[in-house]
Design a protein around this ligand. Structure first.
Ligand SMILES: [Zn+2]
Length: 327
């Protein structure tokens, strides 16, 4: 067995607001007089998670707060062997809350640039929009993504309550695609295959965040497989948020056996306490994947990314070298 700490990885599904170090969250909570909610062993459903996560989000107020967590994200990713990350950030939500639509994203991009200079980790940004929020909010998100495309924003995506259909956003989705931005949506996390189909058709998704229950619909599986749409699988998050009873019950191996492109991410590492190498180790230990299969998983995460060609080449060469090395 090779050392997973030396496997070079790409991390595609991770929310910046869910990467805040506990010590940093305490500092910021003290600064702003916010009460944090202690991390439980498991959340009693999505609402309990959202409440704890909301308290941390509420600690992010000044430009220096956003820049700090972005910079620390780079350091933490580097320490875990992550060479490239696409981090999700709810920029317009913070902008509206703080009465300055530009500041949060500008500060995050500044922090990521500083982090890259210190660690060499390449990070791109995806701006997410909770489905239950207004079309006007999504329009502001799209506008922010457009304005900051050269600064590292590569796409936008829908997240949150999956019972809300994407139809109201259809016209703006077309504009996103026309602007050369990518579309990556959460779907099939809290709802079934219908939400994935909606993300593919109305949302024009290039990747699907989660897709836990796609195997219930063979036609959907065939479409995902034929189009090579990657799934961003986040097992520890699914268990911590109460969507699955245990890691062993995650359909990861069945998704792979069905010929789907599977990638591996942490989603909400600050809330779960997991790292990306920890996720790979659990796939090895719980699902019995050998090193060749783990290398394939790492490769899929690179090829499914929106990383520049040179970064992809380096990462793929690093993964090949890891597999060619002595176990
Ligand atoms: Zn997520």
């Amino acid at each position: 067995m090779r050392d997973l700490a030396t496997l070079p990885t790409a991390h595609l599904h991770v929310h910046l607001e869910s990467t805040v170090r506990p010590a940093t969250a305490r500092d910021l909570a003290d600064d702003h007089g916010v009460a944090l909610i202690p991390r439980p062993r498991a959340f009693a459903g999505f609402a309990a998670f959202a409440e704890a996560n909301g308290a941390v989000r509420n600690c992010l107020r000044r430009a220096e707060d956003f820049a700090r967590v972005a910079r620390e994200f780079c350091a933490d990713q580097a320490a875990q062997g992550v060479r490239y990350a696409e981090v999700t950030f709810t920029a317009a939500s913070h902008g509206e809350r703080l009465g300055d639509i530009e500041m949060p994203l500008a500060a995050v991009l500044e922090g990521l640039a500083a982090g890259r200079a210190e660690t060499g980790v390449e990070v791109r940004v995806l701006l997410d929009h909770p489905r239950r929020r207004s079309v006007e909010r999504f329009a502001r998100t799209v506008e922010l993504a457009r304005r900051h495309r050269d600064g590292g924003v590569v796409g936008v995506g829908f997240a949150g309550a999956e019972e809300y259909p994407l139809t109201p956003f259809a016209a703006l989705v077309g504009e996103v695609a026309d602007a050369g931005l990518h579309l990556v949506h959460h779907a099939g996390e809290t709802a079934g295959p219908d939400s994935v189909r909606d993300a593919l058709t109305t949302g024009r998704a290039e990747r699907i965040g989660h897709g836990l229950r796609v195997l219930e619909d063979p036609r959907l599986v065939a479409e995902l497989r034929d189009r090579g749409i990657p799934l961003e699988v986040c097992p520890s998050s699914n268990v911590a948020l109460g969507l699955l009873p245990s890691l062993a019950e995650h359909p990861l191996s069945a998704l792979r056996a069905a010929g789907l492109v599977v990638t591996l991410s942490t989603d909400v590492p600050a809330e779960t306490g997991w790292t990306l190498p920890g996720e790979y180790a659990a796939v090895r230990e719980v699902h019995g994947w050998d090193d060749a299969a783990l290398a394939e998983l790492a490769r899929a995460s690179v090829t499914a990314s929106f990383a520049p060609a040179a970064v992809r080449r380096d990462l793929l060469a690093g993964i090949d070298a890891w597999l060619a090395g002595q176990p």
